[in-house]
Each structure stands twice: as structure tokens, then as C-alpha cells.
Design a protein around this ligand. Structure first.
Ligand SMILES: Nc1ncnc2c1ncn2[C@@H]1O[C@H](COP(=O)(O)OP(=O)(O)OP(=O)(O)O)[C@@H](O)[C@H]1O
Ligand SMILES: [Mg+2]
Length: 258
């Protein structure tokens, strides 16, 4: 099971859309079995796949409960190949609980759970949608991941926090997870404005930040698809956004083979 964290310290840069679209494309066009982990108290991925709830177990339990079988938390979706580990606002409290309980390791709890799941060889990919933050939840995600993908929406403040995120990735690799790799930055919500092209040129000139060739175009269809809770690639396969996510997954898989 290959585990991929979608992360950026900035909010609203298409982390969730990228995680959900990647999972959907891998599952439906590449016939891969995907576990989508919602690691954000906002629960947007859980909502997108119709599994958001306060009654059932969530990632909060995975982080705080001892001797929990992580499979108890996983929910089926209407897509045969996509299951979701959901999140909700209880994650705020769970984060505090993890930090207050130093009797056992704090940063490796998600990894232990995902390792137990990976042992069954059921899922091909695990994709983690993260909150716009560095907190104990996101550190757990980095410790549990093989690859990091950073969605970047190029605007005036696009690169704020990028350096800090890179340092966090490097620290995690040094201390706890030697296999962690920055797979690349993914330009999202692209509308071909001049300022965007300048931002992109700057990013592509920095060797420490690999950038995927594929850029994800902006499309009005995305808002409609979000309201309908239908993945963009199903809602409007011919929209620029859908075509770009399909191309991006191909690029990601191709690069992984090199
Ligand atoms: N390619 C796109 N075209 C049009 N709208 C988009 C596109 N990508 C993202 N959006 C919209 O931008 C908003 C933010 O996207 P999303 O929720 O995926 O970002 P996020 O980084 O997960 O945000 P948060 O930090 O709050 O978790 C959403 O309303 C989404 O529909
Ligand atoms: Mg999100």
C-alpha cells in the first residue's frame, strides 16, 4: 500500500479536491483499491463521499484509543474501490488528548494503524487529505506516508509556509520516516493569468521544489460538483479540471515507476 499525504499549510488550495479526485481516478480509471483518510476536522472528504457523522468512529479514535482495530473505523462508499476513514470536529479534542498523553508515542499512531491495514494487502493506495496546518495530526500523516504532494494555488501569498513545510518534511524524514519523499508540487486552480505564470516560473526555477508538469485548471463545474457530492471526473469528465486530474494521476504513476 502506497501512502500519499496531500498537504499545504495554506487553506483553500485544493488539497481536498486533489485527494478526492486522485482517489476517484485511481479507483475508477486504474482499477486500484484506495483508502482515503480524512485527516481534517472540517471533514470535507468525508462529506464528499457521504460518510460524515458524529455517531460513528472516526480518525479521532484511531489517534486516541488503545487496542482499536482500525478497520472498525473504515466506511464503504458508493464506489466499490474507495473506502474512507472519516473525520469530524472531534479531531480538535483528539489532538489535545494525543499531546497530553505522553505515555506512548504520539507521532506514530496513524502509522501503526495504517501498517496493520497494509498487512492485509487489500488497498493499493492510501491517500491522506490534511488540514491546512502543522499539528500532531499532520505530523502523524507525514510519519505514515511514502509520498507528499503539495497543491499550490498561485496567488500573492501562494508560497507562504512552503519553506516551513519543506523543513517539516525533512525533519520527519530524519527523525521518524526515512522513506518520506516530496513527490512534487501540483499547481491548482490555474487560469493562465500573467501573475500566475510568473509564480509558476519562480517555483520551477527552484530545484528543491519538484513541480508536476500537469497543471490543474480552474473550472466552474467544480463548485457544482461539490454541491452535488459527485467527484468532478464523474460530474463533468470534459471539464478542464477533470481532464487535468486524469492527466496528473497518469503523470504521478509514470514518475513513480522511474
Ligand atoms: N480546479 C478548480 N476549479 C474550481 N474550483 C476549485 C478548483 N480547485 C478547488 N476549487 C475550489 O476551491 C475551494 C477550495 O478547495 P478545497 O476545499 O479542495 O481546498 P483545501 O485546500 O482542501 O481547503 P481547506 O484548507 O479548507 O481544507 C473549494 O470551494 C473548491 O471547490
Ligand atoms: Mg480541505
Amino acid at each position: 500500500m502506497k501512502t500519499i499525504s496531500i498537504i499545504n499549510l495554506k487553506g483553500g488550495v485544493a488539497k481536498t479536491l486533489t485527494a478526492d479526485s486522485m482517489a476517484h481516478v485511481l479507483a475508477t480509471l486504474h482499477n486500484k483499491r484506495v483508502l482515503l483518510v480524512d485527516n481534517d476536522k472540517q471533514g470535507n472528504t468525508s462529506k464528499a463521499f457521504g460518510v460524515h457523522s458524529y455517531d460513528d468512529k472516526s480518525i479521532s479514535d484511531v489517534l486516541t484509543a488503545r487496542r482499536l482495530d482500525p478497520r472498525e473505523v473504515i466506511k464503504k462508499t458508493r464506489f466499490e474501490n474507495i473506502d474512507v476513514m472519516p473525520a469530524n470536529m472531534t479531531l480538535i479534542r483528539a489532538n489535545m488528548e494525543v499531546l497530553m498523553d505522553s505515555t506512548r508515542p504520539q507521532q506514530t499512531r496513524l502509522r501503526s494503524a495504517l501498517n496493520a491495514i497494509a498487512e492485509e494487502n487489500f488497498y493499493d493506495f492510501c491517500i491522506i487529505d490534511n488540514a491546512p496546518d502543522i499539528n500532531i495530526s499532520t505530523i502523524n500523516a507525514l510519519v505514515a506516508s511514502d509520498d507528499v504532494i503539495i497543491p499550490i494555488k498561485i496567488d500573492k501569498y501562494a508560497f507562504d509556509g512552503l519553506e516551513e513545510l519543506k523543513e517539516q518534511i525533512e525533519d520527519t524524514r530524519d527523525d521518524l520516516n526515512p522513506r518520506l519523499r516530496l513527490a512534487g508540487c501540483l499547481i491548482t486552480c490555474f487560469i493562465r493569468a500573467d501573475a500566475e505564470k510568473q509564480g509558476e516560473a519562480w517555483l520551477r526555477s527552484r530545484p528543491e521544489y519538484p513541480v508536476f508538469d500537469t497543471r490543474i485548471r480552474y473550472s466552474d463545474k467544480v463548485t457544482e460538483s461539490t454541491f452535488s457530492e459527485i467527484p468532478i471526473v464523474e460530474y463533468s469528465r470534459r471539464s478542464g479540471t477533470a481532464m487535468d486530474y486524469i492527466a496528473f494521476v497518469q503523470e504521478y504513476l509514470r514518475r513513480g515507476k522511474q
